[in-house]
Ligand binder design. Structure first.
Ligand code: ADP
Length: 411
């Protein structure tokens, strides 16, 4: 699926450098915002450790360099800049678009990064302590490396700012929301937005007329319900722990379990944090791996019962989450699977869909099996409700929205 997202502006010769900075990694991609094509992309990973390395892919050819420690985000970006210079690509870059995880309630639109915006992103780190500080490192490093280019923030939470109060207020004292911003924010917004837009094209109607449920299933997982093109509820919450079960995150828990762990089993709060974020989910239940592929192999080839249990719980909880969103809609055009698992695991898709027959979902087994490894398409059986696999492309959304912001700044 490579339709143009934006056809109105002429960015034919222009590129946006898209940066997604994690605590020990930098993902980058030079993208033409009109076509979504990427001439150069890559990943620096294991930063600040002795395994640090950077892989750069240019015109289909991949090169990996191992790097001497201590190798940080600035060093990774310095290598990227020197590669861009050597290849004569710097002059085509018109802005740097940054993925920023948490924009709180302030940011529902792409935003030019000023000192004030940087401070806000820094303050919002209290809601996303693992992500926003890393995003800021990327922003600061790019400000140094590309001092004359506009830096633009695209927030993961932005798409969900259209949720009504009934979806984002927790059953806690209201003052916690008013005074401390304790509410559902949701994440994976750029991915849900991108796949919803692609589904609207499949339906041949404007996104604003589409009612969809989108399941982004990767290491992190979330299910979002989209009414008239807008997010009206989503499974991830104030932090990315809530909702369905994930690779290493537990998803929804009885909060009483936390008191039990602390009061009866001697866990510290740091232990609990570590447990629900890093040791639970597919990894915790299986005791084998957080990786869906490894679990499918263990289940199907070695008949491993823990792998089967982990995948079964994973699929049931996603099916339940999808079904729960019938409370948010009066009609439903279809369901979208995306993310590494959603795009590739025909077994997971089949398990989820067979628990949703009440909503008239059913898969065509051949189409389900054939639609993997980057392929997109409709996998529903004849006469069943539409179900699509759509390869997500968050980088393209970041590039497109950065370009759109640039045109408004020019006016
Ligand atoms: P992230 O949330 O880190 O971006 P991804 O969207 O890349 O994660 O998804 C990673 C998940 O996708 C892993 O659980 C991985 O096992 C799963 N995955 C990737 N390819 C396949 C495949 N062919 N079959 C099943 N699962 C797959």
């Amino acid at each position: 699926m490579t339709q143009q997202i934006s056809q109105s502006q002429d960015f034919t010769d222009k590129e946006i450098l898209v940066i997604n900075c994690g605590s020990s990694s930098v993902k980058f991609s030079l993208i033409n915002p009109a076509t979504g094509e990427s001439e150069l992309s890559g990943l620096a990973q294991c930063l600040l450790s002795s395994d640090a390395n950077i892989t750069i892919k240019y015109q289909g050819e991949k090169k990996t360099y191992n790097l001497a420690a201590p190798f940080d985000h600035q060093c990774a970006l310095a290598i990227l800049v020197s590669q861009l210079q050597q290849l004569g690509l710097v002059k085509s870059i018109c802005a740097v678009g940054h993925r920023v995880v948490h924009g709180g309630e302030q940011y529902s639109e792409p935003t030019l990064i000023t000192n004030e915006v940087e401070q806000a992103i820094s303050q919002l780190a209290k809601l996303a302590p693992l992500h926003n500080p890393a995003n800021l490192i990327g922003i600061k490093a790019c400000q140094q490396a590309f001092s004359d280019l506009p830096q633009i923030a695209i927030f993961d939470t932005a798409f969900h700012q259209t949720m009504p109060e009934k979806a984002y207020i927790y059953g806690l004292p209201y003052s916690l929301y008013q005074e401390h911003g304790v509410r559902r924010y949701g994440f994976h917004g750029t991915s849900h937005y991108f796949v919803a837009k692609q589904a609207a094209k499949q339906l041949a109607k404007p996104l604003e007329q589409c009612n969809l449920i989108s399941a982004h299933l990767g290491n992190g997982c979330s299910v979002t319900v989209i009414k008239d093109g807008k997010s009206v509820d989503t499974s991830l919450g104030m932090t990315p722990v809530e909702g369905v079960m994930m690779g290493t995150r537990s998803g929804d828990l009885d909060a009483g379990i936390i008191f039990h762990l602390v009061e009866q089993l001697g866990y510290s709060i740091t232990d609990v944090d570590n447990l629900v974020n890093k040791k639970s989910g597919l990894l915790g239940v299986s005791g084998i791996s957080n990786d869906c592929r490894a679990l499918e192999t263990a289940m199907l080839e070695d008949n491993n019962s823990q792998a089967k249990l982990a995948l079964t719980v994973f699929c049931y909880r996603i099916a339940k989450s999808i079904a729960s969103y019938s409370a948010s809609l009066t009609s439903l055009d279809g369901l979208i699977f995306t993310g590494g698992i959603g795009e590739n695991s025909s077994w997971v898709r089949q398990q989820i869909i067979q628990q949703l027959s009440l909503l008239n979902f059913a898969l065509d087994p051949d189409k389900n099996l054939a639609t993997r490894f980057g392929a997109s398409g409709n996998i529903s059986a004849d006469n069943a409700r539409d179900c699509w696999v759509i390869a997500t492309n968050e980088e393209w959304v970041i590039a497109e929205q950065s370009a759109q912001l640039l045109t408004t700044l020019d006016k």
